[in-house]
Design a protein around this ligand. Structure first.
Ligand SMILES: [Zn+2]
Ligand SMILES: [Zn+2]
Length: 125
């Protein structure tokens, strides 16, 4: 995910959306922010969720735990909007909608996206 790298002084390491510190090569875990692995378990959508529109690198442990809670999911959504922009994320969600993800899961994802977008706009003003 070269687009998400931050250059010196911290070096070429992606930033953890939860704590805003860079992750290290060893200390990072892939997290699905909007649609999780558990939600598509047993379907062939597993690959469809491993996309830049849905994935972030977080610190293992407490950051990853927070990433699974509402506050963390909103932070991840804000991060994804910042780095991938809103439109491709919505397009990706729309493509999933015609697949096997339930309406509830899509609505949850959209709710987190809206909250993330609100955070983005707050910081702009
Ligand atoms: Zn972190
Ligand atoms: Zn996770």
């Amino acid at each position: 995910m070269a687009r998400r790298l931050r250059y010196p002084p911290v070096g070429m390491l992606p930033i953890c959306p939860i704590c805003n510190y860079h992750v290290s090569a060893l200390g990072s875990e892939m997290h699905e922010a909007l649609i999780t692995r558990g939600e598509v378990m047993g379907t062939d959508l597993k690959i469809a969720i491993m996309v830049p529109e849905n994935c972030v690198l977080v610190h293992p442990g407490s950051c990853h735990k927070i990433a699974h809670k509402s506050t963390g999911r909103i932070k991840c959504a804000e991060y994804l909007i910042k780095h991938e922009s809103l439109r491709p994320i919505v397009e990706w969600l729309t493509r999933l909608q015609t697949g096997m993800v339930t309406a509830t899961e899509i609505n949850d994802a959209k709710r987190f996206l809206r909250a993330g977008l609100a955070l983005t706009r707050q910081k702009e003003t």
